[in-house]
Structures are given as C-alpha cells and as structure tokens.
Design a protein around this ligand. Sequence first.
Ligand SMILES: [Mg+2]
Ligand SMILES: [Zn+2]
Length: 201
Amino acid sequence: MLTQLDIRQIVADRVGREWCLFVDRDGVINRQIVDDYVRGWADFEWLPGARDALRKLREWAPHLVVVTNQQGVGKGLMSIGDVTGIHDHIQAELAQDGVAVNGFQVCPHLESRHCSCRKPQPGLVLDWLTDHPSVDPSLSIVVGDSPSDMELAQNVATAVDRCVSIGIGGRASVVGFANAAFNSLWDFAVAVGHAREELGS
Ligand SMILES: [Mg+2]
Ligand SMILES: [Zn+2]
C-alpha cells in the first residue's frame, strides 16, 4: 500500500522543475470499449471533461505524454497506423484548444510476448525519459484507471527512485493503491488548479 499524498504536496514538489505527466488513454481520456478496442476515430469518445482536463493539466505539466497498451494491434484487429491515426485526431482536436500532447507511447504487442513495454512493465515511460534527459525522472506522475497503471507507477519508482500514482475512476483495486485518487481526469485537473492557486504557482 502506498502513502496517500496531498495534491498540494504533489504540486509543491514540482514548482519550477522539469518533469512529465504520463497519462493512460482508454478509461481516462476516452471511454473504454469493453471486450474490444478503439479501432478507429469513429470508436473514439472523449470522456466528460477530459479535453478540458488535458488543457488544464498541460498548463501545469512541462511535458504530458499518453502511455497506452493497444494489444488489438498484436491481435491483428487494427494496424499501428490505425492507432497513430487516432492519436493524430486527438492532437488535432486538442490543437483547437491550443493544447499539444508531447508524445504518444504505445505498446502494440500481445501480452503473451512478454515485451518490456506492455504496462505494467515500465518500458513506455522509461524509454521516453531516456530520450528526454533534461526531464527529472523521479518527479514523474502516472495517471490511470487500471491496477496495471498503479503497478506501472511502482515499477517506474523502482527504476528511477520515485513515481507518484494518480488513480482515476474509483475502482477499489486502483484507489487503494494510488497516491491520490479522483473520479475523473477533470476532478484531478480541478484539484491541481486549486492547489496551484493556493501555492501561487
Ligand atoms: Mg485505462
Ligand atoms: Zn510492448
């Protein structure tokens, strides 16, 4: 069990620092499709407030990277090009709000392949951090709605000393293992906004 952290502390620790917010996609940004995959843009549905949340969070975080398992590629249900197309659409819609995501890190592999990038393995996060040496790895934050995202945060912490986990969506198996938990990405963004106001940051 991890320590519950005050969101004000999480914000205060990062004032003036260069760090990255790693955000899960399905179930956090867009509606998760049960027993299937978001195979194309037609399947993509923003969760309420998620788009505004990304705008607010991007104002706070020097870097914001989406980290997502897309095993449907490995299963042959869609191509990596389909996934990239979805991410291009996300960027295009966010650009209307003046927001840019810094990267989309995707694991397309089958679980049975036991790759080093499928969450909860930390490869997607660690590879991005390796490519961005000016970013302080130990200030990383992982946001997700699955137990594997909380496990990802722990695996990143093992590699780089520390990593804060934010649980989204209220699953008991997530809330109990997150440093802080919120019902939605929007609720997290609002809490960050209040903390930043209090701190004058
Ligand atoms: Mg998810
Ligand atoms: Zn992989």
